[in-house]
Ligand binder design. Structure first.
Ligand code: UDP
Length: 494
């Protein structure tokens, strides 16, 4: 007897670790249902890197879309925000617009494929690839956008970029015209790019092309949880008028393999052995995600703070702003003299260069707090382990993630804002102590973080007599996609 044919879902994330990682996690979650096969599309070097990250039992089909970075005024072989020089990142966004005809070609070829397992049912695209809707609908496919950010943070970001300019405001505080529930924002909660944007710069032009296309999608999936992120989700429900399904958190930990193809600066085993020797709830983890770094003076103050606070810590370091992010780390220039030797000899700190096994570190019971740029994946990885945060937002929607976490949820305190702000080590020490010591505030934050961890556990439960909100949302999405393939292409409930 011929086994029932599985439907194929095509996924195409933007070329950044903060997008590829949750897309991969979503792919694995869908694959686990045993009802679908996955075709995962990206540029050649991202696909090459991903080959080493997939679990051995996964049958995800990796597919390259033609792309040559040199054709887009980018350095050769830079195809991910973690390797493109920071000021050239807008070019990578612009370059992604060249994918459309190639992607159409790929979909068309999947239809011609003899192997029925590859014929698509649905396309899940990056939030920056709204143009996929047109291709999906040409082939009669369902199209969902997967937002790799959170509801609240991304709603603020979406609103700010579609309501330019912000440079002529005469007050430092302002409200978003179409999102008053977000309450007041401060000008310092905008990245330099956003504050300078007047609608004619390249990123504004790009955003104006892709964000309005969201209304053409059949659904929006968000990597978040309804119970603590309703305000932002409701903004999109109102604004886009499509079903908005929170399916998160979808998290990806690749076991002992490199994560998203990146080699760890220190192996998972070394980090684990080091953490095993520390008392429970005693370690601070410091990392600013996959593509951000701080200024050299901020780095110096942070190092001084980590020494002065007397806490155990793991710090992921990479060259400061102004230097090639992938170049060699010059400890004798960028850190206080003898810093690395002193912290190594005292056994109190571990410095990891460029890339650490973050999920495994955050999952260890010796973890107490996370000093983070509050990129959304880092936020979800921390909250799903009940670890409170010290926020240092730097770019994009990170400022609004911190606002949600600090003002509305109570699991975070902000220590600094942006990559150019002046910060003194005493201020950093004060925030570390506030969160890690047995202060009222610290206790309250840990309690809240545990409550959120419980909420996340429930949202992702899939038991015989109980289905959490995120699993329910996932079912609604998959049912809607199948329904479109069947006879009914009418309205979709959501
Ligand atoms: N990450 C990691 N090791 C590192 C730095 C980052 O594994 O040393 C992962 C992290 O766990 C997260 C992703 O990279 O899954 C970063 O995404 P996030 O949204 O937090 O920030 P972004 O890099 O997009 O600014």
């Amino acid at each position: 007897i011929k086994p029932p044919t599985k439907e194929n879902i095509v996924m195409i994330p933007f070329m950044a670790q903060g997008h590829i990682i949750p897309f991969l996690a979503l792919a694995l979650r869908i694959e686990k249902t045993n009802k679908y096969t996955i075709t995962f599309v990206n540029t050649p070097s991202n696909i090459k890197n991903l080959r080493s990250s997939l679990p051995s039992n996964s049958s995800i089909h990796l597919l390259e879309i033609p792309f040559n970075s040199s054709d887009h005024e980018l350095p050769p072989h830079t195809e991910n925000t973690d390797s493109v020089p920071y000021d050239l990142v807008p070019k990578l966004f612009e370059a992604s617009l060249s994918f459309k005809p190639h992607f159409r070609n790929l979909i068309s070829k999947l239809f011609q494929d003899e192997n029925e397992h590859k014929r698509p049912l649905c396309i899940i695209s990056s939030m920056f690839f709204g143009w996929c809707a047109e291709i999906a609908h040409e082939f009669g496919l369902f199209h969902a956008i997967f937002v790799a950010g959170g509801g609240f943070g991304f709603a603020c970001y979406y609103s700010l970029w579609l309501n330019l300019p912000h440079s002529n405001s005469d007050s430092d505080e302002f409200e978003l015209p179409d999102f008053p529930e977000a309450s007041t924002l401060h000008v310092t909660q905008m990245s330099d790019t956003l504050r300078a944007a007047d609608g004619s710069d390249s990123f504004s032009v790009f955003v104006k092309k892709v964000f309005p296309l969201w209304v053409k999608a059949d659904a929006i999936l968000v990597n978040t949880v309804e119970e603590f992120d309703k305000t932002g989700l409701n903004y999109f429900r109102r604004k886009i008028g499509r079903p908005v399904w929170p399916v998160g958190p979808v998290l990806f930990s690749s076991g002992n393999k490199a994560r998203a193809g990146k080699e760890f600066g220190l192996s998972q085993e070394i980090c684990k052995n080091w953490l095993d020797k520390k008392p429970s709830c005693s370690v601070l983890y410091v990392s600013f995600g996959s593509q951000n770094t701080i200024s050299s003076s901020q780095m110096m103050q942070l190092a001084m703070a980590l020494e002065a606070c007397g806490k155990n810590f793991i710090w992921v370091v990479r060259p400061p702003i102004g230097f090639d992010i992938n170049s060699e780390f010059k400890a004798n220039e960028w850190l206080p003299e003898g810093f690395e030797e002193r912290i190594r000899d005292s056994g109190r700190g571990l410095v990891v260069h460029t890339w650490a096994p973050q999920v495994e570190i955050l999952s260890h019971e010796s973890l107490s707090a996370f000093l983070s740029h509050c990129g959304w994946n880092s936020v979800l990885e921390s909250l799903s382990r009940g670890v409170p945060m010290i926020g240092w937002p730097m770019a994009a929607e990170q400022f609004y993630n911190v606002k949600l976490l600090e003002e509305k949820i109570g699991v975070c305190v902000e220590v600094a804002r942006g990559k150019n702000c002046e910060i003194f080590h005493e201020e950093i020490v004060a925030k570390i102590e506030l969160v890690m010591n047995e202060s009222e505030k610290g206790k309250e934050m840990r309690k809240k973080a545990w409550e959120i961890k419980e909420i996340i556990n429930n949202a992702t439960k899939d038991e015989e007599n109980f289905k959490g909100s995120s699993m329910e949302a996932m079912d609604q999405f998959l049912n809607a996609a199948s329904k479109l393939r069947g006879e009914d292409k009418g309205e979709i409930d959501g």
